[in-house]
Design a protein around this ligand. Structure first.
Ligand code: ZN
Ligand code: ZN
Length: 88
C-alpha cells in the first residue's frame, strides 16, 4: 500500500498503520503527525502526536503513553516497562 498523507488545512497527518520501512520517527521528522500507537491499538481512538519513542520508533501521546524530555526523542510506556521502568 502506498504511503499516504492527508492534510486538514493545518497539519499533515498519516493515519496508516505502523510501517517498518517508514517509521513514525521518520514521518514525524518530515513534519507529519501520526496517531499514538498505544491509543490506537488498545483504545481504538486516534490521538495525533509528534512524539515518538527512540527505542521502537513508534508514536506515543505525551504524558499518557510516554514521556518526552524536551531534548530529543522519548520513550513509550511499552518500552519503559520492557526496560524495567528505567528511563534513560
Ligand atoms: Zn496514547
Ligand atoms: Zn517504544
Amino acid at each position: 500500500m502506498a504511503h499516504e498523507s492527508k492534510s486538514n488545512g493545518q497539519k499533515v497527518f498519516d493515519l496508516s498503520n505502523y510501517n517498518e520501512k517508514y517509521s513514525d520517527e521518520q514521518k514525524i521528522y518530515s513534519g507529519t503527525w501520526v496517531p499514538c500507537r498505544i491509543c490506537k491499538q488498545i483504545f481504538l481512538r486516534v490521538r495525533l502526536t509528534l512524539r515518538f519513542c527512540r527505542t521502537c520508533g513508534r508514536a506515543f501521546c505525551e504524558g499518557e503513553h510516554g514521556s518526552f524530555t524536551g531534548r530529543g526523542p522519548g520513550v513509550c510506556v511499552r518500552c519503559y516497562k520492557t526496560r524495567g521502568g528505567e528511563l534513560r
